[in-house]
Design a protein around this ligand. Structure first.
Ligand SMILES: [Zn+2]
Length: 453
């Protein structure tokens, strides 16, 4: 049995590490952004030592413990706190052919995640204690990354009658959302904010005025016009965000915007935050990296909801994430089978997988000097932890050993055969990225380790 895991000479990168200098070359800046090389020792599920040569005792030949100490020599690699995703669709119960709790948590571990929040738009909808308890039990039985269910705001996500949040909260739900559907009725949204705040649950809104998006296939703009497809205008998101910010301010309740996609939402959030409105927000990797032009070849893998927008939205989202207007990154991991995607764009299901690719893809922005490394780590660790009220990860002695070891420069090509998810719906297959998740630890246990092909 392994008694200790010792990381030698790694760069411990905690949330909020110093920003990259804009003058230095991008990769150098990213590397300088990381801390000095240290050893990190993990014993009994915790970080017991952290510092220069802190693991020397364990690594020397004089202290051979016949295999009971695992020494990881990966000098210069980054050691980050375990990542947290507050927006994943694990499809259980009801669509286990696309994903289930076990496969979703394996994919999460492969992406460096140790905590995953799963959305309630399953069959049946998670609007009850029974479904929440089932998910919590499945997550525990899996024993890898931790699972945190999100309960529905309304019964059956029908947008009318509030769910029994006291029950789902007691069973382990960490937030409420009708994700996939928007709570469009202002009265229901007001009551939801009031009711959820009595349980200190954040209300996560999928901001979409459905009356403005009926039949929409993609973003409403020049590309939708060229392709002759019905568009989903930005304003359908912006009007809901604007209304909800007014309601959240009026009620004084915690409000969180899922998958922000428009420059207008970023502007509204920035203004509301400047006045102290209790709002937080998330952005997905695909909205940070792709535009509506990805749909020019009718690629159904790029059909997502909300849709991919335009260059100036992408710029606003990156700026909002960099300056903290957008608190966190969330994957919106949305697995679909080939039958859902190998069809015409109009019939294709929206969504793409994201758990395994999120960090490697976004490290591209860090390498390009477009996102400070410390901000990215914060946006994937402490910020999402605060949104849903779970333990905030720390990289220090005594902290729970939830860790991810990353080789920041290793180049690799995304190979569908090596993904852990049951689904393959992502436009990033075949893309070469720089940055590899080498190992993920949850409570001191290795829940993922990259094996060379
Ligand atoms: Zn959504």
């Amino acid at each position: 049995m392994i008694e200790a895991i010792v990381f030698r000479g790694v760069r411990a990168v905690d949330a909020g590490a110093r920003s990259a200098s804009p003058s230095a070359s991008a990769v150098t800046a990213a590397l300088e952004d990381a801390a000095a090389e240290v050893d990190v020792v993990v014993e009994r599920g915790r970080i017991t030592r952290l510092g220069r040569d802190a693991g020397a005792d364990f690594a020397g030949p004089s202290r051979d413990r016949s295999g009971r100490v695992r020494v990881v020599e990966r000098r210069g690699a980054w050691l980050l706190p375990g990542l947290i995703d507050i927006h994943a669709h694990l499809r259980e119960p009801g669509a286990e052919g696309k994903e289930d709790v076990a496969s979703g948590l394996l994919a999460a571990a492969a992406g460096g995640f140790v905590d995953v929040c799963c959305m309630p738009n399953t069959r049946p909808v998670n609007d009850s204690r029974v479904v929440t308890e089932m998910l919590v039990a499945k997550g525990r039985a899996h024993g890898g990354a931790r699972l945190h269910p999100i309960g529905a705001i309304t019964m059956g996500q029908a947008g009318e009658q509030l769910s029994e949040m006291a029950d789902t909260r007691a069973a382990g739900a960490v937030a409420v959302s009708d994700d996939g559907r928007c709570v469009t009725n202002s009265h229901v949204m007001r009551r939801a904010l009031e009711y959820a705040s009595t349980f200190d649950l954040p209300v996560i809104q999928h901001a979409e005025d459905h009356a403005l998006t009926e039949g929409a296939q993609m973003h409403e703009g020049s590309v939708s016009t060229r392709l002759g497809l019905r568009g989903w205008p930005r304003v359908a998101e912006d009007v809901i965000v604007a209304r909800d910010l007014l309601l959240a301010e009026y009620v004084g309740a915690r409000y969180h915007v899922a998958h922000v996609s428009t420059a207008g939402s970023v502007r509204l959030l920035r203004e509301a935050k400047s006045r102290g409105v209790p709002v937080t927000a998330e952005v997905t990797p695909h909205h940070l990296l792709l535009t509506h032009e990805a749909l020019l070849g009718y690629d159904t893998a790029c059909k997502v909801n909300p849709p991919l927008r335009e260059e100036h939205d992408v710029e606003a989202l990156r700026a909002g994430l960099s300056d903290g207007t957008i608190d966190c990154v969330a994957t919106d991991h949305a697995p679909h089978g080939t039958l859902d995607k190998n069809v015409e764009l109009a019939e294709a299901a929206p969504g793409m997988i994201g758990l395994e690719l999120c960090l490697p893809l976004l490290l591209g922005l860090v390498h390009a000097g477009q996102l400070p490394l410390g901000r990215l780590v914060e946006a994937m660790t402490t910020a999402p932890a605060r949104v849903v009220g779970i333990d905030v990860p720390r990289l220090r002695e005594g902290a729970r050993a939830d860790l991810v070891l990353v080789d920041p420069t290793e180049r690799w090509t995304i190979d569908p055969a090596r993904l852990r998810s049951k689904s393959r719906n992502t436009p990033f297959l075949g893309r070469t990225v720089a940055g590899r998740v080498v190992m993920t630890l949850c409570e001191g246990r290795i829940i993922f380790e990259h094996a060379e092909a």
